[in-house]
Design a protein around this ligand. Structure first.
Ligand SMILES: Nc1nc2c(c(=O)[nH]1)N[C@H]1C(S)=C(S)[C@@H](COP(=O)(O)O)O[C@H]1N2
Ligand SMILES: [Mo]
Length: 160
């Protein structure tokens, strides 16, 4: 068990729930995966419509790459089609993605776990690691600071 101060200096992201191989990744481990960049965007709150600030180009690893590494699809069933992912931040803030959204629409090519923004390394004070969904119409809800875990949940009942 890491102490709170160690966790703040060295944040980790866990990939868990209904996966074949749960992962626990620090930032150097996130950097070992292929890197993707998303275009700059304006951060706007969904609830209030408030303009927050312009965001530079984020760089990081695609969430679907991490989910593939953890093993979401099993060869022997089709549960992946009714799987959703719950992403949670250090403060309990949480948002969802669906398997189809990430793996079967263009949205998934812009959902990243980011460790750099505007060619600068992010610190925990910037929200490292930031989960960003670059293709969202309104960006703030799924611009999640200090992501701590993403869990796969299989909804509904199995279908032969
Ligand atoms: N960890 C975390 N990330 C979050 C939130 C939160 O409560 N916790 N709120 C979201 C919402 S609803 C908004 S409007 C923006 C607010 O961004 P700001 O705190 O940088 O102004 O952060 C988003 N990311
Ligand atoms: Mo918001």
């Amino acid at each position: 068990m890491l102490s709170l101060s160690e966790e703040i200096r060295s944040p980790h992201v866990e990939i868990g729930g209904a996966v074949q191989m749960p992962l626990r990744l620090d930032v150097p481990a996130l950097r070992e995966f292929a890197c993707t960049r998303i275009e700059p965007f304006d951060l706007i709150c969904f609830s209030t419509g408030r303009y927050i600030r312009p965001m530079g180009s984020y760089r990081g690893v695609l969430l679907r790459t991490l989910l593939d590494a953890a093993g979401v699809r099993r060869p022997d069933n089709t549960d992946f089609k009714r799987t959703v992912f719950l992403a949670q931040a250090h403060d309990g803030y949480a948002v969802t993605f669906s398997w189809h959204e990430l793996f079967n629409t263009p949205i998934g090519a812009q959902v990243i776990v980011a460790y750099e923004c505007a060619d600068r390394e992010l610190g925990v004070e910037d929200g490292l690691p930031v989960l960003v969904s670059g293709a969202d119409t309104v960006h703030a809800p799924r611009h999640m600071k200090r992501l701590v875990r993403v869990d796969a949940h299989i909804l509904g009942t199995s279908h032969p």
